[in-house]
Design a binder for this molecule. Sequence first.
Ligand SMILES: *[C@@H]1O[C@H](CO)[C@@H](O)[C@H](O)[C@H]1NC(C)=O
Ligand SMILES: *[C@@H]1O[C@H](CO)[C@@H](O)[C@H](O)[C@H]1NC(C)=O
Length: 444
Amino acid sequence: MIIPATPSSSSYCPFQTSMASSSSSSSSKKGRLNWYDPFLFTISIIFAFILFWTIYCFLIPNPNPNAFPISTTTIPHTTTTTKTKSNSTSTQTITGPSFYDNPSISYTTTSKITNWDTHRKAWLLSNPTLSKPLFMLTGSQSSPCRNPVGDHLLLKFYKNKADYCRLHNIDLFYNTVLLHPLMATYWAKIPLIRAAMIAHPEAEWFWWVDSDAAITDMDFFLPLHNWVSLNAGVFLIRNCQWSLDFMDAWASMGPQTPNYESWGKTLKAEFSDKLFSDSDDQSALVYLLLHEKRKWGEKIYLENEFYFEGYWLEIVGKFNKIEDKYLEIEKRSPELRKRKAEKVAADTNAAVRERYLREMKMRFGRDGWRRPFITHFTGCQPCSGDHNKMYSGENCWEGMLKALHFADDQVLRNYGFKHEKVVGNESATAATVRPLPFGFPATG
Ligand SMILES: *[C@@H]1O[C@H](CO)[C@@H](O)[C@H](O)[C@H]1NC(C)=O
Ligand SMILES: *[C@@H]1O[C@H](CO)[C@@H](O)[C@H](O)[C@H]1NC(C)=O
């Protein structure tokens, strides 16, 4: 289920640790997990039914600016209005004093931010039209991959996320540098998220996705209503003071602090079956939630409604059958078969498909036949090639391509094409597509 990256890997791969979970029963999971990785077994007991953790903020900024009470702490501004070049009246940016003019607010993790919610609210009041619900963050190391096909794979994983973001109108930032020189590997995302929160006050949520995770249901949109979820490999976190404080606490166990070694010992003692002695983001997170439950726990909501993040080995063998089931739905639905502009399809098809999925009682998770939202290739290490010894390199390679083609077919559908499957050779599948006949799949 969960395979942490070995921290000894010297290259900068900040995006390799993950806690994948599925909504499968804990009893069947225990044996498997134990076999895969005893350290993660501990975590899995704690979170047996948890797909992801949800964190509320103290202040939930309302995306509707008219609903904001006018705060007396709002920075008074004499505004300079700059109309953007396009004539679209909805994009108007106002430049005036804001938290950006405050020298004590820093992008780096070494200084603390206070009153972030107030600063952000004031900024949103000045820039109401820029507000956006979601922002995706991902990235990979700054140097070429050691695995000869690593960069090729990372490009495909990147394309997968770019496709999803285009379809759902989400901004995407791909990072390839260390924002804190000591916070490498799986710690690198913390300074990135922090800087991104300041760079994108318009964004309500940040969605971290590891570079080796593929989105395998292009329809699915995260139900963002009232939560933030958190696990170390793929998570959502809300843009607010609470999140900044939480990340400060989390980062305090990281390699940039003098306490890093002692944290490693503490965590190793806490999770006796933890495989390595360095402090890592995942166990630090679990430790925080266990020992500072009162401080953080009440803002954390546990959720397991859907297959937020799936472990690839459980999933890749199912893609063909899942695809057949979704094609069956399209055969029954003239609405889904209809050719549409990509934007229109992205806006309308998911709801139609959902009606059929419910009617057919298709469930999420290991025992269900819904498309998994995210397939995470934990342990495959596409960039370094140092895959976990319990898999073969071929399995990882074929599995990754399978997931990426499964996702790409959902995208290509609106361009009138589909991958031509070459059974047993995903590399060949990558290269060949066929045009879809009018009325597909009812017409074969
Ligand atoms: C913008 O609108 C003005 C008047 O409404 C018009 O004269 C101008 O050509 C428009 N510019 C663009 C780039 O559409
Ligand atoms: C798989 O397909 C690729 C690309 O078409 C080809 O180069 C390779 O030889 C094939 N491998 C096998 C085992 O058939």
